[in-house]
Write a protein that binds this ligand. Sequence first.
Ligand code: BDR
Ligand code: CA
Length: 313
Amino acid sequence: MSEIRPRPVILDTDPGIDDAVAILMLLGAEEIDLQAITVVGGNVGLRNTLRNALSLVELAGRTDVPVYAGAKNPLLTRLVTAEDIHGAGGLGNLELPVPVTNPTEGDVAEVIYRRAQEAPGELTLIAIGPLTNIARAFLAHPDLPGLLKELIIMGGSVGAGNMTLAAEFNIYVDPEAARIVFGSGVKLTMVPLDVCNSHTLKMKDIEAIEAVGTDCAKAVGKLLRYSHNVSTRLGRDGCPVYDAVTAACLLRREIFELKDCAIDLETRGRLTRGRTVVDWYGVSGDQPNCAVAVDFEIEGYRDRLIESLSRLR
Ligand code: BDR
Ligand code: CA
């Protein structure tokens, strides 16, 4: 009988509260082989995102997963951060011990390329921060998009933005990088802001997560309570955990509804910089370059998160 090999995955992230939940969700997923975590400046500066990634890997007891430092700044501009949403250090009021492990030496673009070359057509990238690291890798290795099985991103919005009226945070921070990625020909899935906002975790979901009782589940409970408070302050019902929804799209694609569309990016414009422009009705005549998530089942996502947390310590 042939054994099913876990799917090779590299996660690119800027932790960040919802990144932290996604990281733990993926670290607890047995059906994937998480080969590396590559870190980018985003929600907070690279020093903090890197420290957070290392602390989370240690919390989960998964120091077998190497963590690499990627880009500090976007391709062409200065970094814009989001401490108002994620707290000064990036993880709300969750205090984790200072990590004792160090980042693994290596250039992120080369790490991703080498892993993709080892198993052509098998490696999935999941990117839940600004797309700077991914664009750098694609620029350094133009054949890389064709070597990947898929790239799944949290980013973009099809309705209102959360950073400006038109733009979502991850795309807004580095629209030039996003444009390179969307134009690369990679098999792309986008989990936009809108779909994540359409089903949020409520207090009863947070309590169910905490009831798992593990250290990781308690940490996620603390992160989600912080996020829930921020959401309530912003007048929302429940908390959207964007990056964890995106991790669910990797782990349980069957609970998502997706639509193939042509998407282009606006990199200029006083009101439109960072806008993802989606051709829902085939108006442009362009071939679809992206599968856009338009709906998902909240229970399936919450249960998958709980399943991962039950497997961690
Ligand atoms: C995205 O931006 C960040 O603040 C979150 O971590 C998420 O990746 C949501 O717009
Ligand atoms: Ca993120």
